[in-house]
Design a protein around this ligand. Structure first.
Ligand code: SF4
Length: 697
């Protein structure tokens, strides 16, 4: 990675990693990006983290796919046996014409036997085209993406109780808050630029409250750190709300004017005195009381949460509690107040908005709604099925059951990201036709019949929507390598090879079609985004830069009121026992992004964090007889991995933290596929595990 002093072109775009959506300036020389700098975007104001600033040279990695590939007749059996740099024994190069025809031949006319995984790393236009392809082309809604694995439960709770799945306020609104809760999130590692705003908030005297079963760097800036027992979120949050009621701190005027179902919520909270649930939460009642007073007594409070909240069998209940907590304090709809699930991928908000989910058409219009279906049927010239489709993990189950036999996977890596990987990889191996469109020969592409070489985000034009509801313009700085193509074009060509007759010639035409159907995009045009770079939705006029705070005058629910949804304690699906006595929790590290396909090929990031690792408390390592830096084996009922162990006092003595970016010790071989019943999200944050010194270590 050079210093970027020698460049001939500068292009503004958006960082391709997390949902913060930092705007970047890409400096390129010829066909190569040589440096990245931050620019003054609405979310980052010139700031970048290490991934955004130094994690770009994966774009030019020699493993990039540059030609379509077709599986050889005599290829080894499908499995994780293809080296991404040496795939000749498994695949042969093909022309685009042959590859598209081969891909289409295995999909055409197969109706419900086909399912599609799109990606939150795609642009809005690509996400829209992908869901349209599956819905129009195959007559069902079996199309989903990785939102199912991150915030599906948050979205379920928000839609149910607030009427909208997006944030009610941008994270930058913290500038106007005097108290903020960060729960089940580690923004210093996972949303680093957003974390800088949180630290500044604390530095100027704001009361920062961090709640998490694992310690973290942000706790150093917090007035209160509640390190509660894993899985005890609902008990803890209900006890905070109990104190707010008990001490007369409820904003009764707000509750009366803007909400419903308060009486049931108040009754429900009576059973959650902090003393009663201390055994469950591990948090002293005085600490709960202090947090309740700080948040309810604040003039303006915000709540931020991440996947520590959502990735549980009770993830929707966790989010319901957070919504109730904000509502009872009147901390919604004003400057410095709001609910903010920190979205993970760069375009998970936009891909969800665009309908890349099995139960919703764009803008969360239910597939069961005849008006919504009718609108798209008229536009597309094809009926939309009224039944919700299968979710990510349900699709894998359906493959094992024989119902789904062909898949189209765009930019997603379920062979690494799904829970219980032996099950997921078994499903991929069982498919009789798999089309993978990606920039690298990922673990999932190992199982493909046809691989279509795609474009990195810095190689194409397209819009993305960040965690703040800011729709931003991505611009190409360099062309895709070799014969690789922009993703929107590949989807169009495959759709046409399947007989759909699409005529799009540029993503701006796709955006115009979306904006014509999606009220959230009212007053936002491609031309405006090219000019302004970003517009926050909702934008009330063609000049309005957008509304950072919503729901000041009511909620988009029938009657205009938000709803309290009392939540009871549901234990984790798999509790520790004598055989598997510890708790496994998974997550990300600062330097690596999700399944590692990009960041492990970014030279600086890989140099900083090159090796699979997990973290245990020093006392646990002593008990196991493992030195810090030594090798440890982690085993659950589903699998085992052996990897380097780090000593980390932030991890409780009965827990293990395991990042999921490393194929050589894939965390999801171990995770529990049990689902939250509403969001259908797997319980990545809790599994019973045993740890022991690796044999021969
Ligand atoms: Fe990219 Fe997120 Fe880092 Fe910003 S905070 S530079 S969007 S990874």
């Amino acid at each position: 990675v050079g210093d970027g002093a020698d460049f001939d072109t500068e292009t503004k775009s958006v960082c391709p990693f997390c949902g913060v959506g930092c705007q970047v300036s890409l400096r390129s020389k010829g066909d190569r990006i040589v440096a990245v700098d931050g620019v003054d975007g609405p979310a980052n104001e010139g700031r970048l983290c290490v991934k955004g600033r130094f994690g770009f040279d994966y774009v030019h990695h020699p493993h990039r796919l540059t030609k379509p590939l077709i599986r050889r007749e005599d290829a080894p059996a499908k499995g994780l046996n293809v080296d991404p740099g040496d795939w000749g024994a498994a695949f042969r190069e093909a022309s685009w014409e042959e590859a598209l025809e081969r891909a289409a031949a295995g999909l055409r006319g197969r109706g419900r036997e086909v399912a599609g995984f799109g990606s939150a790393k795609c642009s809005n236009e690509e996400a829209y085209l992908f869901q349209r392809f599956i819905r129009e082309g195959f007559g069902h809604n079996n199309v989903d993406h990785c939102t199912r694995l991150c915030h599906a439960s948050s979205v379920a709770a928000l839609l149910e109780n607030v009427g909208s799945g997006a944030v009610t306020a941008t994270f930058n609104e913290i500038e106007n808050a005097d108290c903020a809760i960060v729960i089940g999130a580690n923004p210093v590692e996972n949303h680093p630029v957003a974390a800088t705003y949180l630290k500044q908030f604390a530095a100027r005297g704001g009361t920062l409250i961090v709640m998490d079963p694992r310690g973290q760097a942000l706790a150093r800036h917090a007035a209160h750190m509640l390190q509660f027992r894993p899985g005890a979120d609902v008990a803890l949050l209900n006890s905070v709300m109990h104190v707010i009621v008990e001490e007369g701190l409820v904003d009764r005027q707000y509750v009366k004017g803007f909400t419903e179902n308060w009486a049931a919520q108040e009754r429900h909270l009576a059973g959650f005195a902090p003393e009663r649930v201390e055994g469950l939460t591990g948090i002293a009642p005085d600490a709960v009381r202090a947090v309740a007073r700080a948040f309810a007594g604040a003039r303006a409070g915000m709540i931020f949460w991440g996947m520590g909240v959502s990735q549980h069998v009770h993830g929707t209940d966790n989010a319901r509690c957070l919504i109730s907590l904000a509502l009872m304090c009147g901390h919604v709809g004003r400057p410095g107040t709001g609910l903010h699930p920190l979205r993970g991928q760069n375009n998970v908000q936009g891909a969800s908005d665009a309908g890349l989910i099995p139960m919703f058409l764009p803008d969360y219009r239910s597939v069961a709604d005849p008006d919504a279906r009718g609108g798209y049927a008229a536009l597309w010239g094809a009926e939309v099925a009224p039944e919700a489709g299968l979710t990510v993990t349900e699709i894998m189950d359906a493959v094992h059951a024989g119902g789904v036999r062909a898949m189209y996977v765009l930019g997603e890596n379920p062979a690494m990201s799904d829970p219980d990987l032996a099950h997921a990889r078994g499903a991929l191996a069982k498919l009789d036709h798999l089309v993978v469109q990606d920039i690298f020969l990922t673990e999932t592409a190992n199982y493909a019949d046809v691989i279509l070489p795609a474009s990195a985000f810095y190689e194409k034009a397209g819009t993305v929507t960040n965690t703040n509801r800011q729709v931003q313009m991505g611009r190409p700085a360099v062309p895709p390598p070799g014969e690789a193509r922009e993703d929107w074009r590949v989807i169009r060509d495959l759709a046409n090879a399947c007989g759909l007759g699409w005529t799009y010639e540029h993503p701006r035409e796709v955006f115009a079609e979306m904006a014509g159907m999606m009220p959230s995009l009212a007053n936002i045009t491609w031309e405006r985004l090219e000019r302004e770079g970003a517009v926050t939705y909702p934008s009330l006029t063609p000049e309005d830069p957008g509304q950072p705070i919503v729901f000041g005058d009511g909620f988009p629910r029938e009657g205009g009121r938000a709803r309290f949804a009392p939540a009871d304690v549901v234990p984790p699906d798999e509790l520790p026992d004598a055989e598997y006595p510890m708790v496994l929790t998974t997550g990300r590290q600062l330097e690596h992004w999700h399944t590692g396909s990009m960041t492990r090929r970014a030279s600086v990031l890989d140099a900083v964090e090159p090796e699979a690792n997990c973290s245990l408390h020093p006392s646990t390592l002593r008990r196991l007889g493992v030195e810090a830096g030594g090798m440890v084996t982690l085993e659950t009922r589903r699998g085992a991995v052996t990897l380097m162990a780090r000593a980390d006092r932030a991890v409780a003595p009965d827990m293990v933290f395991l990042p999921f970016a490393y194929v050589e010790a894939a965390a999801n071989l171990l995770t529990n596929p049990a689902l939250d019943p509403y969001g259908k999200i797997p319980e990545f944050k809790f599994a019973a595990v045993r740890a022991f010194a690796a044999k021969g270590a």
